[in-house]
Each structure stands twice: as C-alpha cells, then as structure tokens.
Design a protein around this ligand. Sequence first.
Ligand SMILES: CC1(C)C(=O)N([C@H]2C=Cc3c(O)cccc32)c2nc(Nc3ccccc3)ncc21
Length: 323
Amino acid sequence: MGDSYKLEKVGFYNIERRIGKGNFAEVRLARHRITRTEVAIKVIEKRRLDAVNLHKVYREVNIMKQLDHPHIIKLYQVMESSDMIFIVSEYASRGEIFDYIAKHGKMSESAARRKFWQILSAIEYCHNRRIVHRDLKAENLLLDSNMNIKIADFGFSNYYNPNECLSTWCGSPPYAAPEVFEGKKYVGPEIDIWSLGVVLYVLVCGALPFDGPTLHILRDRVLSGRFRIPYFMSTGCESLIRKMLVLEPQKRYTIDQIKRHSWMVEEAPRLLPSTGGDGKAEPNEQIIQLMQNLGIDSGPIRESLRYKYYDHYGAIYYLFLDY
Ligand SMILES: CC1(C)C(=O)N([C@H]2C=Cc3c(O)cccc32)c2nc(Nc3ccccc3)ncc21
C-alpha cells in the first residue's frame, strides 16, 4: 500500500489503525460513523493483483456472502471502485488464538473443548454448504471481545463436490494433510478434518504436532503420522486427536464422529467449591471463563488468587464463586 495517500474515510467508515497486512491487501480497523460499530476493512488495490488472485478475492467474497454463523467472521459490505475493493467485515477484537496461546500458554482441556465445539460447529456449517476452508490454522482462528471463536480468511476456501476431487495445494504446511503433501487428489472435507486435529493439538499442548526445520523434514514427519503426546494430555483427548490425524483419508473421523466422541461430550465439572482458605486449590476454570467473557483478562485473576491480593479481580472471582 503506497504511503502517498492517507486513507481516512471510506463510505460511512472512519479508518483507524492497520491490524494486518497481506501481500495484496491490508486490513484496517474502522468505525461506522452512524452506528459507532467497529469493523475490519480489507483494502485491496486491484492493480497489484494478477487475474488469478483477483478471481480468488471475488471467490472469497462470494463464499463469505453465503455464510452467516456465530463463529465465522461476518461479511457486512463490499465497496468497489475502478482500482480499489473494500471488504467490510466483522472485527474480532482479541485477535488470533495463536497469539493468545503464545501469551497465556496451552489451554485447559475444558477451555479447549469449548473453543473446539465452536470451531467444529462453524466447519460443519461450511461443509453442509459444500464449502471447505482449506486453510484452518491457529492464526486464522480469531477471538472476539467475549473470547468466542471467529473463523477468518476464506481466501483458500472453495466449493467441493462429493463425487469430484480437488487438487490445489492449500493451507499452511504444519496443518496440511498427508495427501496434500503427496499431491494426491482429495474430496475436500477430509483435509479440514486433518487441520482440525492439528488445531485441537495446538489448543491443548500449545505446540504443533508436526514441525521441523525444513519443509522436507516436516513432510516426512506428517507422512509418518507419528507425533508426541505430552504427559498432561488426557487419554480421551489423545484418543480423539489420533482419530483425526489418521493418514488414510477414508479412515479419518468425520465431523459427526468427532461430535459423538467421549472427550467432546465430557461434562465440564460442576462449579466445585474451591477449598477456599488454604489457597492450594486451582482456581475454578468456569469462573475464570465467566470473567473472561466479561472481558477480564485471566492472567491478573490467576495472579490475584495465587498471591491473595484480595483486589478487584479476587473480589469478582469470590463473588461469582459464592453466587
Ligand atoms: C477482516 C478480517 C477477517 C481479517 O482479514 N483480519 C486480518 C487482520 C489481521 C489478521 C490476523 O492476524 C489473522 C487473521 C486475519 C487477520 C481480521 N482481523 C481481525 N482482528 C484482529 C485483531 C487483532 C489482531 C489480529 C486480528 N478481525 C477481522 C479480520
């Protein structure tokens, strides 16, 4: 984006800071002048795009126009001029879940389960409309102000036909299915399922199951189908991940099978009264989640409880606990 001009107003929107930059576009935070709502605007200069990438932009917009789901970024408006395209969509204010995990570390399995249910329902919604995402990764799983999942970036998505095959190499290597590395044809949903398996591993472990210093080594590790299970992962979670990271596409779990798996349907423990005074007990995760949904960061809550600050964070926590 040339610095020669300063983009301040587009339509009814005041343009604010830049939140992301792609090779052909940049994404700006903006605010609707009438409703005062925050939105994200993808600003695309057409002349910087070749025909193939311009077609991809129109395909992404057309796919987003068909999607209306609580855990998928909502398209609001498209404005086009002779040399620009402005794609106005929902703004996920708490950014990538990738950054959240980088900052706070791996999630508890109950928190990961809640997020994974949201991701799964969004992908099931897409697959039911014959749409595959093809670029699922922690960087594309955004979080809104209530810590709810908002799936972004349908730039690689496409329509699929259960009786035909796709072959485009898509997505980010650590999340790519073995058949994609092998350049084999695929139907579509099964490569999203593989990526979902990698995503669940990342949520629960805070690391990638397959990684490596070179693409070749990464490829060999993916094709081996072997990955480490850390000591803290429950057997239920391990069992589900192993059913999604199956080399053979036809043997890989479907979304329906994932939804019925025991780990997915495990009830989160009831709000157990913590042991109070002795302070040894772990904080109650559901109260923490409740406070996060109110936009309170979990770091300071945990710190306040651990060091008995009895400050506002602790007060809210204890009030909820006794509620
Ligand atoms: C329009 C749309 C869907 C989009 O294209 N992006 C970009 C921009 C940055 C980025 C990224 O870092 C990862 C994925 C998508 C994106 C968006 N980013 C946000 N929030 C956000 C807030 C703080 C940090 C990162 C992302 N909300 C909506 C979008």
